[in-house]
Design a binder for this molecule. Structure first.
Ligand SMILES: Cc1cc2nc3c(=O)[nH]c(=O)nc-3n(C[C@H](O)[C@H](O)[C@H](O)COP(=O)(O)OP(=O)(O)OC[C@H]3O[C@@H](n4cnc5c(N)ncnc54)[C@H](O)[C@@H]3O)c2cc1C
Length: 816
């Protein structure tokens, strides 16, 4: 009987088995995996088993590639066959936007060293003589893709884990969890209790129920998905090699491949997505399948037959209709749950493809405190919307329906918005002015303002659209006069208590603001020297600070700080994110506009750059005014008690509009921060150190945790800002979106983290992590953008107001 362990993993599907295997690889041996029935008896056993490199999300692309590398060698390592079929695959495109997506994926994939090419119909015909190519423009060929026996994979990973020391216990259900005061957990099972340091919920469709035992409301629901196997295909009998898997997003909304000498068709219908077990998966369910629902998939099945005429006359031999978990945004839940020492490894909709990488990087995070890739997109604490039954189910359905849609940049997922979002009192008024909102940690934040008859909806494309001009007008309006933005989504935290100063000195890199009312920008650093987050700190009193940081990190950074607190430290965290709205007013006229709404003195002597004061604006008292903005212009962030937002806003508009003040969204803000050389959450991830992120001027020489590692010269990569040449006449009018590969001649030397058009300089700017030997200012590089190499040069510094004259609004500027 097992009574003690370092880690207990609940669930023996591909996710749990992969985590056990990789925890052992990272050096932990005292790992116990508990499965209520036989391994793989949840969703895993009935998966179609495909895995592809055709992924444009940087982290997922790395995970998928790792799977294709692990599977072919798993049998040799563990003795357990997982029947790897390395047949490659094709993702076909009918529309120009799909072709753009393939080019984007190619740039990301090539940067990661993945072999892939975009091919035309002739080459597709050679690789797959049976596919009806009518209307197909191109395909992404990924020759190292394949498919596996999913059960074999889970058994192989479990065998590997066992061989390295883990215990795998089957037929013993976990029945409860209780947290101990010392941070340990008691895992109750049908047969015995286990006390452990950490628990991982890898319960697949049961993960939500397991979470409920300890008060977690995991946003996942179970969607039903079909694949079908035809009778043997006569035309396949003589084939010497297996045909590549075809992914046809437009016509089939799914995948088609050979299953031995039969055909296999998987369909993600684009309507009537169906959930199951909304109130909980029955504990006695094992290897559960559902009756086929042909009505739901019929249009797509007919299309599949049209695309594969050799299937048309054949009967269907077998139908698999099973449940898969889907979270609201489609990404797995991998990481800390928010409860001490309870981790999540669930919410996986393509666990066979992503499971190996998920296990590998989660194991790194658990063992070393950080993974080798940014886990922000998978962090279970990333959801800020109100999670109720409707949200959980309808968002999961939305995700299912998007599975075979083009993942456009800034793809808007409209379901349950704004019903489950956080909005400010300005929501309706700004919408009436044309605000096009984006979802950011469950907040509705204006992204841009639709003007001149442009419809008020998200514009999705991989190329420049009319948005380019609209955002440019917002930037120019702010720089010419002033701009007003609702930035209430910022996370806001008060940190106070006897030990607040000592704590913050330990976990953050910069000098703390010394005097009450002073402000500093700092980085939260983990013991490995990697960046956990960037925050503005305002000193409110001797032992009280106000931290303002990226919306997306609200819960995760707070949770991280709570975990950094030592037992004897007296320190309190108060999340005031919803108590304060934020109005940013910036631009050369911002002082006079704000001045018209307040008695407070706003001149440089009375209100210094990088300082904060409580002021009264439009009769609203105790507005926290911070003289900082992300625009690089003179300006203030006004942190206004939420209930009083309208009063302050109305006053600013009344004073500002006659002078020419404009409303701006976060797209314009992004453009301005690029010219100013400011970094964002895309650059500042826990993959990198302070030295790698080039933020050493915000770091003391030492005296904070992880300092030695964080300050050490960058060896692996370094952040640079690139200025790209404008596309030539034959190149598509498109800009990097993030994750594209960066090249020096034939060598890939890095990848883009984020970018934006510099309207002041008339050129595109991109942050990129590159090999340090290519980081010197002036180095010529190129960025692979929609199939073309765009020439780029490493910049020496910000291209806009490098002296901060506009920010300081000093007399030189006034005299100009
Ligand atoms: C028809 C279909 C086709 C698919 N095709 C593919 C594909 O081609 N490629 C791909 O990558 N993915 C595919 N998938 C998705 C894939 O099956 C899932 O993403 C994956 O299996 C999820 O693995 P998991 O480990 O999270 O969950 P599961 O496999 O469900 O594992 C969870 C395990 O936890 C156990 N458990 C739960 N609660 C407890 C408890 N209290 N105590 C002990 N044990 C417990 C369960 O018994 C179960 O074995 C497909 C899915 C379906 C339905």
């Amino acid at each position: 009987m097992q009574t003690q362990a370092k880690v207990v993993i609940i669930g023996g599907g591909v996710m749990g088995c992969s985590l056990a295997y990789h925890l052992c690889k990272e050096g932990w041996r005292d790992v116990v995996l508990l499965e209520k029935a036989e391994l793989t008896s949840g969703s895993t056993w009935h998966a179609a088993g495909q895995i592809t490199h055709s992924v444009s999300h940087y982290g997922l692309a790395k995970m998928a590639a790792y799977g294709t590398e692990l599977y072919p060698r798993l049998e040799a390592e563990t003795g357990q066959s997982c029947t790897w079929h390395g047949c490659g695959s094709l993702r076909v495109a009918y529309e120009d936007a799909e072709v753009d997506w393939l080019h984007y994926t190619l740039s990301v994939g090539r940067g990661l060293g993945h072999e892939m090419e975009i091919i035309g119909p002739e080459r597709i015909r050679e690789l797959h003589p049976f596919y009806n190519l009518e209307g197909i423009k191109a395909a992404l060929h990924t020759p190292h893709d394949g498919h596996v026996d999913p059960a074999g994979v889970a058994f192989g990973l479990a065998a590997g884990a066992r061989q390295t020391g883990a215990k795998v216990i089957r037929n013993n259900r976990v029945t409860g969890l209780s947290a101990q005061a010392n941070g340990e957990w008691v895992v109750q099972t049908e047969q015995f209790d286990i006390i452990c340091e950490m628990v991982v919920n890898a319960g697949g469709t049961y993960a939500r129920q397991i979470g409920q035992w300890v008060g977690l409301d995991l946003p996942i629901a179970n969607l039903l998905h079909h694949y079908l196997i035809t009778e043997p295909v006569p035309e396949f009998q003589a084939l010497a090699t297996e045909l590549p898997v075809v992914r046809d997003d437009r016509q089939v909304s799914g995948y088609i491949r050979m299953e031995q000498k039969s055909g296999l068709i998987g369909i993600y219908e684009k309507a009537d997505a169906t959930t199951v077990w909304d109130d909980g998966t029955p504990w006695e369910a094992e290897n559960e399948l559902f009756e086929p629902d042909f009505d739901r998939i019929m249009p797509w099945l007919e299309n599949a037959m049209e695309r594969m005429p050799v299937f048309a006359e054949l009967g269907i031999k077998r139908v698999v209709h099973g449940a898969i978990t889907h979270p609201p945004d489609g990404n797995m839940l991998l990481g800390p749950s928010g409860l001490r020492n309870l981790w999540l490894c669930c919410g996986s909709q393509v666990g066979i493809a992503w499971g190996p990488g998920a296990g590998k990087y989660l194991a790194q995070w658990m063992v070393h405190g950080a993974a080798d890739i940014s886990m922000a997109s998978f962090d279970p604490r990333r959801f800020g919307a109100k999670i109720d039954e409707t949200y959980r189910i309808e968002k999961a359905k939305e995700d299912y329906l998007l599975r075979h849609e083009i993942p456009f940049p800034h793809l808007d997922r409209p379901v349950c918005r704004p019903s489950n979002s956080k909005t400010t009192p300005l929501y309706e008024g700004l919408k009436a002015r044309g605000a096009v909102y984006q979802d950011i940690y469950g907040w509705e934040r204006p992204y841009w303002y639709a003007t001149n008859g442009v419809p008020q909806e998200h514009i999705h494309a991989f190329r420049r659209t009319e948005l380019h001009g609209i955002v440019g007008a917002e930037v120019n309006g702010l720089r010419a006069c002033a701009g007003l933005a609702d930035l209430s989504a910022f996370a806001k935290l008060e940190i106070h208590g006897r030990d607040a100063v000592g704590f913050l000195k330990r976990v953050s890199s910069n000098r703390l603001p010394q005097k009450t009312g002073s402000v500093s920008l700092t980085y939260l650093v983990n013991p490995n020297g990697r960046i956990e987050g960037e925050s503005t700190f305002v000193r409110l009193s001797e032992d009280r600070f106000y931290a303002v940081y990226a919306a997306a990190k609200e819960a995760s950074l707070l949770n991280w700080m709570e975990e950094q607190r030592q037992e004897d430290e007296q320190i309190f965290f108060e999340n005031v994110s919803e108590a304060y709205g934020v109005l940013m007013i910036a631009g050369p006229e911002s002082r006079s506009i704000l001045g018209a709404c307040t008695e407070a003195a706003l001149d440089n002597q009375s209100f210094r750059w990088l300082s904060a004061q409580h002021i009264t604006v439009a009769g609203v008292e105790k507005v926290r005014a911070l003289r900082v903005t992300y625009t690089g212009e003179l300006g203030w962030e006004l942190h206004v008690p939420m209930h009083a937002m309208r009063s302050v806003y109305d006053a600013l508009v009344a004073a500002g509009e006659p002078r020419g003040m404009v409303h701006i969204g976060s797209a314009a803000l992004n453009a301005m921060r690029m010219e100013k050389g400011y970094k964002s959450g895309h650059e500042l991830t826990n993959e990198v150190t302070l030295a790698e992120a080039e933020v050493l001027r915000f770091a003391r020489d030492g005296g904070f945790q992880g300092a030695a590692a964080s300050l050490a010269p960058a060896e692996k990569w370094k952040l640079v800002c690139l200025r790209l040449e404008e596309p030539s006449a034959e190149q598509p009018l498109a800009d990097p979106l993030g994750s594209e590969s960066v090249w020096a001649g034939d060598a890939c030397v890095g990848s883009v983290s984020s970018g934006g058009f510099g309207y002041g300089i008339g050129g595109y700017l991109a942050w990129a992590y590159v090999r340090p030997d290519f980081a010197a200012p002036g180095t010529s590089l190129s960025v692979m953008t929609l199939g073309y190499l765009r020439a780029a040069t490493v910049l020496a510094g910000p291209v806009w107001d490098a002296e901060n004259a506009r920010l300081r609004a000093d007399t030189r500027l006034a005299a100009e």
